[in-house]
Design a protein around this ligand. Structure first.
Ligand code: UD1
Ligand code: UDP
Length: 358
């Protein structure tokens, strides 16, 4: 029995192709949901759109501080894993759900596989960095989206257990893009697509105001499916009305993955602080303004595809606006290709079999 541990939006998107690949190969599997994301449009919609079966257990561990959520997930997971007795536990990404899964499964001496291993921003003030480091060091086998992630693991002495498979989100992106984008270009109006949710960009009123000021200064329509954390923070700081009054700013509820791919595929620019979305920008053909100065997807940064900036620094904002003004959709043949061929799930299953973990 294989148990997948997931709990939030990007993990459902990463789970889908691997679940389907394992199913095709005839393996028995189940899904434990931590409940970290719980709104219908942050969770259920992805199961429905991506054809993932319902979890066998939901731990309802969402909300609260990092420690509260992680502790609640760990307590629930210990009981669940002892009951299910999986032969392999599969973890995804770098969230508190991933961290809790790694600690509990490793201490129960269950083999652990980590999908999207080895990414590093080299800054422990970033909460996900703590999760990545612990998870990689507790896992038995590590699946990297790119060569830089493998190098990071080699530097930490984990190279023996690590394999490059490409980005599993690319598998999902391609499966949805095929169904949604065919024949739709050219678009009547190209837009800026924005996502905004990281702790670094929502924990402080001034930071949030500076991001709103940047949106005001963009010349295009900006469509922003707003993460519930960000909505709550804007409300707490009394900034929601101000945001809603920006004429070129269209705020929506979070959207499903089909709608998100459709939006990204008509974007001329993506403005984001999301790890997943900044990488997907290269699949969708829209360059990316990244609202943090962390080390993300370094190949795309070096190529000038991702431009990182500090929304609170006037010179940095001026450069970002120049980048935005020159952005236009990039045809398929000119998009960078650092993250595999869209067959990551197949490679992961094959590698697990060769390593005798299946
Ligand atoms: C989490 C991950 C982050 C990932 C993001 C993906 C950690 C530390 N953070 O951040 O790495 O990039 O998911 O989206 O694990 N909320 C709702 N409804 C929901 C989900 C969240 O209202 O369905 C609100 C709650 O007030 C919650 C807050 O958003 O307390 C933050 O949610 P949380 O899961 O802690 O962090 P994210 O910002 O979603
Ligand atoms: N996404 C989505 N709907 C939205 C916003 C994002 O389907 O309203 C998708 C996005 O395309 C990407 C994933 O969710 O595949 C990224 O999730 P998020 O930005 O929440 O997390 P991160 O990647 O930063 O961990």
């Amino acid at each position: 029995m294989i148990t997948h541990i997931v709990g939030n939006r990007p993990q459902f998107i990463k789970l889908a192709p691997l679940y389907h690949q394992l199913e095709r190969a005839g393996y028995e599997q189940n899904i434990i949901h931590s409940g970290q994301h719980y709104d219908e449009n942050m969770s259920d919609v992805f199961f429905a759109q991506l054809g993932i079966p319902a979890p066998c257990i939901n731990l309802f561990a969402g909300g609260g501080s990092h420690a509260q959520m992680t502790a609640k997930t760990m307590t629930g997971l210990e009981e669940a894993l002892l009951a299910k007795k999986p032969d392999l536990v599969i973890l995804y990404g770098d969230t508190n759900t991933t961290l809790a899964g790694a600690v509990v499964a490793a201490k129960l001496c269950m083999p652990v596989a980590h999908v999207e291993a080895g990414t590093r921003v080299h800054d422990k003030a970033n909460p996900e960095e703590c999760n990545r480091i612990v998870t990689d060091h507790l896992s038995d086998i590590l699946f990297c989206p790119d060569a830089i992630s493998l190098e990071n693991l080699e530097r930490e002495g984990l190279g023996q257990a690590a394999y490059i498979t490409g980005d599993i989100m690319y598998d999902t992106y391609l499966s949805i893009a095929e169904k949604t984008a065919a024949g739709q270009e050219p678009w009547q109006e190209e837009i800026v697509v924005m996502t905004w949710h990281r702790q670094e960009n929502t924990a402080d009123r001034e930071r949030m105001e500076s991001i709103l000021r940047l949106v005001e200064r963009l010349e295009s329509k900006v469509v922003c499916p707003l993460h519930p954390r960000t909505r709550k923070c804007l409300e707490t700081y009394g900034l929601m009305e101000r945001a809603a009054a920006i004429p070129n700013f269209e705020i929506t509820e979070p959207v499903g993955y089909v709608e998100m791919v459709t939006l990204m595929n008509r974007a001329k620019l993506i403005l984001t602080d999301s790890g997943g979305v900044s990488k997907e920008s290269s699949y969708a053909g829209a360059k990316c303004l990244f609202m943090l100065e962390l080390d993300v997807w370094e190949d795309l940064v070096r190529d000038g595809w991702i431009h990182k900036f500090n929304p609170q620094d006037e010179e940095s904002v001026a450069q970002a606006l120049r980048f935005a003004a020159s952005a236009e959709r990039v045809p398929l043949e000119k998009r960078p290709r650092y993250y595999g061929d869209g067959h990551a799930a197949e490679k992961i299953v094959r590698t697990l079999e060769e390593a005798k973990l299946l």
